[in-house]
Design a protein around this ligand. Structure first.
Ligand code: SER
Length: 875
């Protein structure tokens, strides 16, 4: 039976026993934050066991992909794996030990055809019940062994969760494979016995303190190792000799030119390469990317360990993508995510492996040197600081360093290494606290030896440069991958970083392995530009040579608005006077905003005049020149500097026109001449504080768009009014007049209507203690309308109390009126209305003669009004 038939047979068998087949969950546990990676079939069912969710069927079965890293250093021997598949059947509070054991036996002996005498069982120390069930299916007592917590208690997966005593099925390869000791049996490490199936009797929930409480009901959670069982079925002692690994080993064989089975040391390296290569493929397909912590670090460790052992096979070029391809070919039809993310998987592997490769030779050489020197001193110890350098600079995971060192009889001071790491983390935390702020970039500069990001964007919008730092989630990273939001620092950039009111550029950064869309460019330091955006393809790494490309159209829009801002300032000073000073500005692609000192609002004529002046300067097509001159000279020649701003010795000035129309100190970007601005239109003018005005305006494409929109609106209007465009204002005026007359007529009608309604209500007046009282529900849509009816009624009544109720805005509302004679006798409208509104759960108030209230429950309106005479009697 090959692995595929085994998978099918298992799921088929349990489907026949009434189980629902559930697909494998992702390796990133979907609902368990306590767990780094999915490590067992039961992980996705945790909420069912805990009674937090109800399963679609209490009987479930699955084939789950799993990763466990506890044994990572044993990978390379015949049995250990980090990535494996687990076949499992699960009972959520339904069947228990008897069925689980009977079906395990039936499946092994009937479906798989394993010889019964080859099967042994283990049970938890005092679990006589399980013992008896195994006896019941026919296992002789001497082949049922008892073990303690260590071997026969399982769980929880993660820091807390379901767990329980368990019972295992072990397969006996036969005496020929064994150590021959009398004590040899299940759990002996000689290789004769292999555990193929674990049946957990999940009865407890264990909390983080280790305290166990019984679960709502006893459950079953079983896990059969697919690879081990395949080995048993295929009559081989090692999982690596099964059909699952043979195509992968074959591929590695082809690549390195060594046959598998020729040499023990090479075999071990080949097993590590295919095992880790396979795991890496699955991890990346589920969305894990290499990082320095958490699941990303598990991935990184696997990948680097595989790459390092590849070296020992003579694989000097990156090769792991080939192992990934073989994995996808072998498993892709069972795990479609491998096929769906094939390109991404290969890309990530390639980038990570190449980066690691570059440093690896140096790192390995350094390790050799360190060991040679220590050896000369008669020591067999690698210091924590040395291990840290190997890790931090050359990417050698400390576990790998220790493993490589051990092969030469050396050990590593891992305690000291941890101290170095802690110090490093502290530094990183400090940098992280500031995001890609001053700290982050300062650290990045320090590490790269560069002082500033050179801006080349005055002359060019595309430029080739090198990545000197990358940040993801406020942390420095070596590589940012597809889908990640990243901040990127270049040696030189054509991107303008937001400054002096001009917004940052957008565009694209293209690297050898990927592409980033730049959404914004900012300045964490005055001399630094950070590009913010999303990696949309592959990955970008520190050190990559990239092509930085600014969105040209957008940049030109911004430049037009910037020059127009200078012209606007010149025009304002010319028209309003030289007291006009810039106080702030925004230069964006769609519009510009200019704040300036001036005491009064600008008239329509002022605005038109200023707009015309600017447009004249545009039509003149003045040259726009930039120059770098001494600050002193700039001031002497009348260049405008920003009030309160600090400038260096040398400054950049923008001069428009010859003779000069405008000259300002400015770091921004501008077109070559004013004609490029096209057209300038002021959109609004207003106050933004005492003595401070703000003008908003558009130019170029923005002005064109505004005109198009306005003209289209006018065109629509003329069509709807059926008059030519020139006649629209006249037509609108006559329509407005007509509407006014119409409205007056409608109001008069409404008043008439209210009067006759009030008239009708007068019939409902009753006498309470000699006082005329009227309480009624009326229809009104506002307090204003209620007031109108109330006033009418009061005038008609002469003396009395009126309480009106109406529902509007989905709530009950009340109005109470008391005539002056009754106010004089002590009646109070506010008091009355408050009591009435209380019935509907509300409150209100007002004056003694007129008060209003709102309630909550509109269903109680009638009841409340019914209380009025009662309330008045009680006063
Ligand atoms: N959860 C148990 C295990 O992982 C059985 O599925 O071994």
């Amino acid at each position: 039976m090959n692995s595929e038939q085994l998978r099918d047979a298992y799921l088929q068998f349990f489907a026949e026993k009434g189980h629902t087949i559930v697909p494998s969950d992702s390796l990133i546990p979907s609902g368990d934050p306590t767990l780094l990676l999915t490590s067992a079939g039961m992980v996705q069912f945790k909420p069912y066991y805990l009674g937090l969710a109800v399963p679609p069927n209490p009987r479930l079965a699955s084939c789950q992909k799993c990763v466990r890293t506890t044994d990572i250093e044993s990978v390379g021997d015949a049995q250990h794996l980090t990535f494996f598949e687990m076949l499992g059947n699960f009972s959520i509070g339904e069947y228990f030990k008897k069925e689980a054991i009977a079906w395990a036996w039936e499946f092994c002996t009937q479906r798989l055809g394993l010889a019964p005498e080859r099967l042994w069982a283990t049970v938890y120390l005092d679990d006589d019940e399980a013992f008896e069930h195994w006896r019941g299916v026919g296992v002789p007592a001497e082949r049922i062994w008892r073990f303690g917590e260590e071997d026969n208690f399982w769980g929880p997966a993660g820091e807390e969760g379901p767990c329980g005593p368990c019972s295992e099925v072990h397969y006996d390869f036969g005496q020929a494979y064994g150590c021959g000791r009398d004590s040899c049996g299940p759990n002996c490490d000689c290789g004769r016995f292999v555990e193929i199936w674990n049946l957990v009797f999940t009865q407890y929930n264990q909390d983080r303190q280790g305290k166990r409480t019984p679960l709502p009901k006893p459950n079953i959670d079983t896990g059969m190792g697919l690879e081990r069982t395949a080995a048993v079925l295929q009559g081989v002692a090692s999982v690596y000799d099964t059909d699952l690994f043979s195509p992968l080993l074959k591929r590695v064989s082809e690549l390195c030119g060594h046959g598998y089975g020729e040499d023990a040391a090479l075999d071990r390296a080949m097993r590590i390469v295919v095992e880790h290569g396979r795991g890496v493929t699955f991890l990346i397909a589920d969305g894990v990317v290499p990082t320095n912590e958490g699941r990303g670090y598990v991935l990184r460790r696997l990948l680097r360990r595989a790459a390092t052992f590849g070296r020992t096979l003579g694989l000097d070029e990156p090769f792991l993508a080939e192992v990934a391809k073989a994995t996808i070919d072998k498993m892709g039809h069972i795990y479609p995510e491998l096929v769906a993310h094939r390109d991404f998987v290969l890309r990530v592997i390639q980038i990570e492996e190449e980066r690691f490769d570059r440093a690896l030779s140096t790192g390995l050489n350094l390790l050799d040197k360190i060991m040679a020197e220590a050896g000369r001193r008669g020591q067999k110890l690698i210091s924590g600081a040395e291990a840290f350098t190997l890790y931090d600079t050359y990417g050698l995971p400390p576990e790998l360093t220790a493993e490589l060192a051990r092969e030469q009889g050396f050990s590593v001071d891992l305690a000291q290494f941890q101290k170095e790491m802690a110090a490093q983390r502290e530094r990183a935390r400090a940098a992280q606290k500031f995001g890609l702020g001053e700290m982050g970039v300062a650290v990045a500069y320090e590490q790269s030896g560069i002082r500033e990001t050179k801006f080349v964007g005055y002359e060019r919008l595309q430029h080739s440069s090198k990545i000197i730092a990358l940040f993801v989630g406020g942390q420095t990273v070596e590589t940012a991958y597809q889908g990640q939001e990243a901040e990127l620092v270049l040696e030189e950039t054509p991107f303008y970083g937001e400054m002096g009111g001009q917004v940052g550029d957008t565009g694209e950064i293209r690297g050898p392995q990927g592409r980033m869309l730049v959404r914004d460019a900012v300045r964490p330091l005055p001399e630094a530009v950070a590009h913010r955006g999303t990696v949309v393809e592959g990955g970008l790494s520190v050190g990559d040579r990239v092509e930085a490309v600014v969105d040209r159209e957008r940049r030109l829009d911004i430049a037009r608005n910037h020059t127009a801002t200078h012209l606007l300032q010149a025009a304002l000073r010319q028209h309003l006077g030289s007291h006009v000073q810039q106080r702030g500005s925004l230069v964006a692609p769609e519009r510009l905003r200019f704040d300036f000192t001036h005491l009064t609002g600008l008239s329509k004529e002022d605005i038109l005049k200023v707009q015309r002046l600017v447009n004249e300067h545009i039509r003149h097509n003045h040259p726009v020149r930039s120059m770098v001159i001494p600050y002193k000279e700039a001031l002497e020649t009348g260049v405008i500097a920003l009030f309160g701003e600090k400038y260096g010795d040398m400054v950049r000035a923008i001069e428009i026109g010859q003779p000069r129309v405008s000259a300002e100190l400015c770091g921004g970007t501008h077109p070559g001449s004013t004609g490029e601005i096209g057209l300038f239109l002021i959109v609004s003018e207003g106050s933004v504080g005492a003595g401070l005005r703000r003008i908003e305006a558009v130019t170029g494409r923005g002005a064109e768009k505004l005109l198009e929109e306005r003209l289209a609106e006018l065109e629509t209007l003329s069509q709807e009014l059926i008059v030519p465009v020139v006649a629209v204002p006249e037509k609108v005026k006559s329509l407005v007049d007509e509407l006014g007359a119409e409205k007056k007529r409608a109001q008069a009608l409404e008043r008439e209507l209210a009067k006759s309604r009030a008239e009708a209500l007068l019939g409902q007046v009753e006498s309470v203690n000699g006082i005329a009282v009227l309480s009624a529900r009326v229809s009104a849509s506002s307090m204003e309308a209620l007031r109108q009816i109330g006033d009418l009624l009061r005038d008609r009544l002469g003396s009395g109390v009126i309480v009106l109720g109406a529902v509007y805005n989905d709530r009950p509302n009340f109005l109470a009126l008391v005539t002056p004679d009754l106010v004089a006798r002590g009646l109070n409208a506010a008091e009355i209305v408050r009591k009435v509104a209380q019935v509907t759960g509300g409150g209100g108030g007002g004056r003694p003669n007129l008060a209003q209230a709102g309630g909550k429950d509109k269903g109680k309106l009638e009841e409340a009004l019914g209380q009025v005479s009662h309330i008045i009697k009680g006063l």
